[in-house]
Design a protein around this ligand. Structure first.
Ligand SMILES: *[C@@H]1O[C@H](CO)[C@@H](O)[C@H](O)[C@H]1NC(C)=O
Ligand SMILES: *[C@@H]1O[C@H](CO)[C@@H](O)[C@H](O)[C@H]1NC(C)=O
Length: 334
């Protein structure tokens, strides 16, 4: 097997910041399975919530449960209050081990989503591994849905349409969004209805090594040693990567038959070592009877859409917007 010789073409600024993030992240993840949180905090530039509309979006934080630091940041576009808008519940990436809605890159991308979709975006702060292992992240994600359903009137602006709700996430956040979507299908909500799932470069895996994992060695951000480390930090002692949370379409997968699983959009990048897992996920969704579309960005790396200087980052937001419009119009015509 030869290593991929063709490198993605990225602006030097993007390349430098990714190299820096990768290096510091590697230094923070210790061989003994613990994390140097102090070092990670240094790397994780914070953006505070901002109640004043900036670039037509304001934001505020709401705490659900202080004992487990469960909170979310709501991004509200400045639009006429008689205009009903969909609600996007967003889960950030970071291998289940780092980052938050206040991380600069995620605050910025949620602002862009809120403005350009437009939608109310709720970015969830879930607990992190290895301090908190599976399934605390899924519990936190699901509890936010329940909370919104039960406290809709006091928490959300009147023009937030919870019956037009989308789950979205990237990387580990897209893994989380999938598992929360499964739980949502098994639950009766009062008004909340999940209409679609936006799965951006989801973080799945298995014991097996895929062709992309073997070929795209030396990739920035995502590599086999890094993903193995994250899975080990996330999974209960004694589990392997064929756990149903990881090998989502594998032998231990949740039974999808009989679930009214929402329509999904799966985004894959050509230089993402996780791309084979992502395509398998897409194919498995289709086989399970879910409507799904595959959106491929052949020249893109993992997490490309967080870098607004890349034209593909803007393209992706437009595709998400089209997807949301499509789900909505299909529902009206049924
Ligand atoms: C892991 O390593 C760090 C730094 O070397 C050390 O401070 C910490 O106590 C170790 N933790 C465990 C559980 O071994
Ligand atoms: C994950 O599950 C698939 C489907 O059952 C299986 O083919 C694959 O071998 C599993 N992955 C591993 C063992 O890494």
């Amino acid at each position: 097997m030869t290593n991929q010789r063709i490198k993605p073409s990225l602006p030097w600024k993007t390349r430098i910041s990714i190299a820096l993030i990768s290096t510091l992240n590697d230094a923070a993840c210790r061989p003994n399975g613990t994390i140097n949180r102090r070092l990670l905090r240094f790397l994780d530039l914070q953006a505070p919530p901002n109640p004043k509309p900036t670039n037509s979006v304001s934001s505020s934080d709401t705490t659900l449960d202080a004992t487990r630091n469960l909170w979310f940041r709501l991004f509200s576009p400045s639009l006429p209050s008689d205009l009903l808008l969909p609600v996007v519940i967003f889960f950030h990436g970071g291998g289940f081990i780092c980052l938050s809605p206040a991380s600069h890159a995620y605050d910025a991308v949620c602002r862009r989503f809120a403005r350009k979709l437009p939608a109310f975006v709720i970015s969830v702060n879930y607990r992190l591994a290895p301090e908190h292992i599976y399934p605390s992240q899924y519990d936190d994600g699901f509890d936010v849905l329940k909370f919104l359903d039960e406290n809709r009137a006091t928490i959300l602006p009147e023009n937030a349409d919870l019956s037009r709700c989308f789950l979205a996430g990237d990387s580990a956040g897209a893994n989380l969004a999938h598992h929360v979507a499964v739980r949502a299908c098994q639950t009766g909500f009062q008004t909340l209805k999940v209409m679609g799932l936006v799965s951006i470069q989801p973080f799945f895996g298995g014991e097996e090594r895929t062709e992309a994992e073997e070929q795209l060695v030396g990739s920035l951000l995502v590599s086999v040693p890094r993903t193995d480390w994250c899975w080990k930090a996330f999974l209960p002692e004694g589990s392997d990567r064929d756990h149903g949370a990881v090998n989502v379409s594998g032998p231990n997968a949740a039974d999808m038959s009989g679930l009214d699983f929402p329509e999904a959009m799966v985004v894959v990048g050509g230089f993402d070592p996780l791309k084979d897992w992502q395509k398998r996920y897409y194919e498995w969704l289709r086989k399970s009877g879910t409507k799904a579309t595959l959106s491929e960005y052949p020249h893109m790396i993992h997490a490309f859409y967080l870098f607004p200087e890349l034209p593909e980052a803007s393209q992706l937001i437009l595709q998400v917007k089209d997807f949301m419009t499509k789900c909505w119009s299909e529902l009206q015509h049924n």
